[in-house]
Each structure stands twice: as C-alpha cells, then as structure tokens.
Design a protein around this ligand. Structure first.
Ligand SMILES: Cc1ncc(COP(=O)(O)O)c(C=O)c1O
Length: 442
C-alpha cells in the first residue's frame, strides 16, 4: 500500500525517544497512526495486532467509545482544576470507584500521573507513615534484584535492573535488595506459578538481620515482575514475604502498575494471590492508558496515621499539579465502567487457559529456552546470540512488527500482555506469527 504521506513527518531529529534505539528507529521508523480494538494501523496502512496492550496499559483495547466520549465531554466542561486545596467531583468519584474495585483493606487513593510517580509516592508515604507514628528511624527501603519500579530516583534505587541504575550516580542511600526469584533450571517451562522457590523470601530475613529490622520502612516488589522479562512468583513466596514484613513491622508495597486492573483475571494481583500488602501502586490500566494517570492505594491505618494535629495543616507534603486532574479522572471513570460492563477481568480469567496452552506450544520453536505465563501475561525466552545479548530478541521484535504483530522485548525475552478483549483467533494469529518469526530468525 502507498505511504500515507500526511502521517509521516519529514523531520524526526528533534524528538529524543524514551527507551528506544533512536538512531536505528530514525533510519526505519515504525509509525503508528491509529488504533481500534485489538489492532494498530501503521503509516503505511498495515494492521498490527496488539500483543502488548500498548505498554501493558490498554487493557480494554483501543478506541473504546465510552472512554473517548468521556474525555471529549470533560474537556469542554472543566478542563483543569487546581489540585491543591481545591477539588472537583470526578476525582472523588474515581477514588471511590477505585476503592470499590480494590481489595477490602484499601480505602484511600492518592492520585499521580504515572507508575514511576506512584512508586515515589508510595515510598514517601511509607517513610512519612513511620515518622508520624514515632518510628522515624525506619528509613531503609528494600527492593529486589531484577525489579522494575519506573525511572525516577526512588524507583531506580529500589529497582534491580542494572542498565536502569548504573549510569545515574549513587542513587538513594539506605537501600538494599533481596535476591530475585528466577531459578532458570528449576522453573523452566513452568505453566503458571512455579512450585519451588518460596524460600527465596527468607532473603528478607537476612537483610533484616544485617541492618536491624527496626530500621526498615518498607519492602517493594512487583507481585509478578514484568519489565525484567516476566518472573512469576513461586507458590508461597508472596505469603512468606507478607509474614516476615508483619513480624518486623515493615510495610509491604505491591507495585501493581502492570498487574492492576485485570491483567491476572482479577482486579489486582493482591486478590489473585490472596496476599494483602499495605500499599498498592497502580497506573496504566487505570485509564486504559489513554491519559496519563496513576494512583497509590492505602489502607486506613496508614492513611489515618497522617490525619492528626490541627486541621488547617497539610497532612502530607506531597502531590502533583495534575493529581486527579479532570480529564484523567473522567477517563478513569469511563475505563472502570467499561471493565465492569464488559466483565473484562473475568474474561481474562476465562481465556487464560487457552493463552497458556497456545504460548507453551512454542516450546519446541527455534531458539526458545523457556516459556512463562500467568493470567494474560506470557514470556518466551530466547537463547542469546553469543557475544551479542539482546540482538536476537530485538530482531524478533522487528520481524514480528513487519509480519503484523506487536510484541515487546527485554533482554532476550519476548514479553506479551494483550488487551483483555483478545479472542482465541487473535491468540492463534499472535502465536502462529511468532512461531514463523522464530523459525526464520538467525
Ligand atoms: C511495575 C512497574 N512499576 C512502575 C512502572 C513505571 O510506570 P511509568 O512508565 O508509567 O512511569 C512500570 C512500567 O512499566 C512498571 O511495570
């Protein structure tokens, strides 16, 4: 098909693209110009099946009428309202709707604009919470190797992905990391949660003993690690982490930026695994990825610890110009309604077994060394090219895009997280095309 010239800018140099091989991209741009349902349209008129829900965020698929209309209407009614010392109705309505969708202990919602900001917010709430209760010596924050918690300084400090850390100085002090949960030999080709590995949570006891548990404010983990290449928690691991945190008075933060809003077939991973943290960070699926927004969910004991002192005083010295802004709030309300009306979380749970079997049918495909899955998340790990890590998976991504499917890669791992509206025929298209890509890959 002829190139649609009006959609192809002739100067690509100004935009310094995030997490992108800029020079490679600008030589052969991959330009998306529209989207509907399960498909993107490219500038050269091709359809590309969205195997990643954008960036793990468009859980209801693309161009959803209710969400589009809500944003349109809101923009014409109240475009912006100051976020500090003033309110507007939709932010309160959305906070209540999120609370109603969240596990029971989570009664309060603090709005941000992204997953990274949710992480910073949760870490700061944890520190200030302990201080408000007279335990200001709890200043240490514990993350995990291979963890991804966004790109701000708190997030990369508790995060455990080396390239996201090593270029950026000394990061936060007082941070330590538990060992990651990936045991390639024992876990290879496991469907769902691995049986073995709950004991890896005991690494928190080692860290607590090293620093003194009374110095630790919080532990943050992704219930399912996504950006590091999909690491599924071994059975009993999250339960054990919860026990150790409770024993030592340490807050447990679940970073649910990708697992929130239906990805595992329930509202949150906390529901899915039946393990309740003290704080939950979210973003992405909150607005179906359409307008930037994030949120931190807090239990009443945490929230109430701040509600002390004279009532004219600000209780938490934190917030963003766009916290709970009208357009995001309208998009969030319409998104949650769409999830509810279409029963999308249940839909994800119902189709997850088909997804699992389709993914694992790639076990004998060329270059594949491991396959992992849970809910509507899947990863296919490739044998790296000797001396050129990441190159093979990146080539797979490029070839897949040319052949009409959108996948994501991190290291030599292909990660997929399709919209929850996916049909079996889309799963077949995704997996068949990926098999074809792998077969023809060097
Ligand atoms: C677990 C987790 N936390 C935080 C983030 C950062 O979110 P954002 O890119 O919206 O800042 C991400 C993004 O993928 C994520 O997966």
């Amino acid at each position: 098909m002829a190139l649609d010239r009006k959609n192809v800018p002739n100067d690509l140099s100004a935009f310094w693209m995030p997490f992108t091989a800029n020079r490679q991209f600008k030589q052969a741009p991959r330009m998306l110009v529209s989207a509907d349902g399960m498909y993107y349209k490219t500038a050269d008129g091709r359809s590309v099946l969205d195997g990643t829900a954008g960036l793990w965020c468009c859980n209801a698929g693309h161009n959803r009428p209710k969400i589009v209309e809500a944003i349109r209407q809101q923009a014409g009614e109240l475009d912006y309202a100051p976020a500090f010392q003033l309110g507007h109705p939709k932010a309160f309505e959305l906070a209540s709707a999120v609370r109603d969708m969240a596990p029971e202990p989570f009664e309060h919602v603090f709005f941000t604009n992204s997953g990274s900001e949710s992480v910073e917010t949760a870490l700061k709430i944890a520190l200030a919470y302990h201080r408000a209760r007279g335990e200001g010596q709890r200043t240490r924050l514990i993350g995990r190797e291979r963890g991804y918690h966004g790109v701000n300084f708190g997030g990369i400090s508790v995060g455990g992905i080396v390239n996201n850390r090593k270029y950026f100085g000394t990061l936060l002090t007082g941070v330590d990391h538990m060992t990651h949960t990936h045991l390639p030999k024992e876990h290879a080709h496991t469907k769902g949660q691995p049986e073995y590995g709950a004991h890896l949570a005991d690494d928190l006891e080692r860290i607590a003993a090293l620093h003194g548990p009374e110095t630790i404010a919080a532990v943050i983990v992704e219930p399912v690690a996504g950006s590091t290449g999909v690491l599924i928690p071994p059975k009993g691991y999250l339960e054990r982490l919860r026990e150790i945190c409770t024993k030592h008075g340490i807050l447990l933060i679940f970073d649910e930026v990708i697992t929130g809003f239906g990805r595992l077939g329930s509202s949150f991973a906390a529901d899915h695994f039946g393990v309740m943290p003290d704080l939950i960070t979210t973003a992405k699926g909150l607005t179906n990825g359409v307008i930037p927004m994030g949120a931190v969910l807090a239990t009443s004991p945490i929230h109430d610890a701040f509600m002390q002192g004279p009532e004219h005083l600000i209780e938490l010295f934190h917030g963003y110009t766009y916290s709970g802004n009208p357009l995001s709030s309208a998009a969030g309300l319409a998104t949650l309604e769409t999830y509810r009306e279409e029963g999308l979380f249940q839909r994800a749970a119902d189709i997850a077994p088909y997804w699992q079997e389709a993914l694992h049918s790639l076990k004998d495909a060329r270059h594949v060394i491991d396959i992992r899955n849970i809910g509507l998340i899947g990863a296919v790990e490739l044998e790296p090219i000797a001396g050129a890590p990441t190159k093979r998976a990146f080539q797979a991504f490029l070839d897949a895009y040319e052949k009409g499917i959108l996948i994501r890669t991190t290291g030599d791992i292909i990660a997929m997280s399709p919209p929850l509206i996916i049909e079996k025929s889309h799963i077949d298209q995704l997996i068949d095309t990926l098999r074809d890509v792998l077969t023809n890959l060097d």
